[in-house]
Design a protein around this ligand. Structure first.
Ligand code: 5GP
Length: 382
């Protein structure tokens, strides 16, 4: 046993230092990025350009209530990417990808089973050129068979961009890229509904994981996704500033219409009194406690009891749940949330003096902090 004494950091441990900047408005900041992919072989004339991806490099996670067809259609309009949940059937996926969907911003997701491989074969054939990205992720990207599986998919599908994960260290990022991944998904344990660190004691502070994996990936011409742990637009900006090419969001995109979850209404008695209450048409001159109505949507980790019960009829007896189930506030359409998010990141860029998102990491100096914001009124938010 040994202890690595290097300090490793999370988003909450740093702030971005403001710098002199010639930018006068957030409008001047471009959040679009262009990427070419290391291992992917373009198959379409549209891809034989200087870039093979152009968009706002934010991704909706392949989680129930987030990685849905509706979410993909909505976010795709703004150039934002969606990794679909693994539980869509081949038929559903063929219909979706075969339907002229803008394939630039959507990936289907698979695990490592034989059935998943066969599903990919079927969807690729059935979608007739409509599928460009596949996201292969398992909770522990360190198992040997995972890299082998990435290689198998790379050999079978040279014309797919492969996203693979999850890992948190440079050497495993390199291993996946050398086995055929174009984009490596980084994050073990930081997620909003993840309990891996509690159940297993395993993990890696996310900001440091992103910095180290980005460094390893970029050295080989690969890319990374900072997956999990972003709680606010500032965290997303910090992830980009730390070198992430893409940032994947679960909780921050949960609770919206496009996620498709049932809206649950709850009633709370407040401490306020209402002076007059109409009862059966008669004005009662009495004071009644005011009842407040709040709306929520269920959100759960994909390794939680809830997800296992929904998709697989319960947890297998050798596994424990590594995710939780929560109620998140219902937030209407995702468009407003996205606007708020992009506004925040644009503002970060103006503070740091970055004209484009690409420049942000080069312009960034992180400062270690002991308190990242003043939370005195945080619970008073309306
Ligand atoms: P968030 O943006 O909500 O903080 O994190 C989203 C990420 O959490 C997902 O992209 C995925 O990597 C991870 N995740 C989703 N469900 C689970 C789960 O049940 N357990 C664990 N350990 N991680 C999960």
């Amino acid at each position: 046993m040994r202890i690595d004494q290097d300090v490793k950091l999370d988003y909450k441990d740093v702030l971005i230092r403001p710098k002199r900047s010639t930018l006068s408005s957030r409008k001047e900041v471009s959040l679009d990025r262009d990427f070419t992919f290391r291992n992917y072989v373009p198959d379409f004339p549209e891809n034989v350009k200087d870039y093979q991806y152009r968009g706002v490099p934010i991704m909706a996670a392949n989680m129930d209530g987030v990685g849905t067809f509706k979410m993909a259609s909505e976010l795709g309009k703004q150039g934002i990417f969606t990794c679909l949940v693994k539980t869509y059937t081949a038929e559903q996926l063929i219909e979706f990808f075969g339907n002229g969907i803008d394939r630039r911003y959507v990936a289907m997701s698979i695990g490592t089973s034989e059935a998943d491989f066969n599903k990919l074969v079927a969807v690729y054939a059935g979608a007739a050129g409509g599928l460009k990205y596949v996201c292969m992720d398992i909770a522990n990207g360190y198992s040997e068979h995972f890299a082998q599986h990435v290689r198998k998919v790379r050999e079978a599908f040279p014309h797919l961009v492969i996203i693979a994960g999850n890992v948190v260290t440079g050497e495993m990022t390199e291993e996946l890229i050398l086995n055929g991944a174009d984009i490596v998904k980084v994050g073990i344990g930081p997620g909003s509904v993840c309990t891996t660190r509690i159940q297993t004691g395993v993990g890696y502070p996310q900001l440091s994981a992103v910095m180290e994996c980005a460094d390893a990936a970029h050295g080989l011409g690969g890319h990374i996704i900072a997956d999990g742990g972003c709680t606010c637009p500032g965290d997303v900006a910090k992830a980009f500033a730390a070198g992430a090419d893409f940032v994947m969001l679960g909780g921050m995109l949960a609770g919206h219409d496009e996620g498709g979850g049932e809206v649950i209404t709850k009633y709370y008695l407040t401490n306020e009194l209402e002076p007059i209450q109409k009862m059966s048409g008669i004005d009662m001159m009495r004071e009644f406690p005011k009842v407040e109505e709040k709306q929520f949507v269920r959100f759960y980790g994909m390794s939680s009891d809830a997800a296992n019960t929904k998709h697989f009829g319960g947890l297998k007896d050798y596994r424990s749940s590594e995710g939780r189930e929560v109620l998140v506030p219902y937030r209407g359409s995702v468009g407003i949330t996205v606007q708020d998010l992009l506004g925040g990141i644009r503002s970060t860029c103006t503070y740091a003096g970055a004209k484009t998102l690409k420049q942000l990491s080069k312009c960034t100096t992180f400062i270690r902090c002991t308190q990242q914001f003043n939370g005195v009124y945080a619970s008073n938010d309306k």
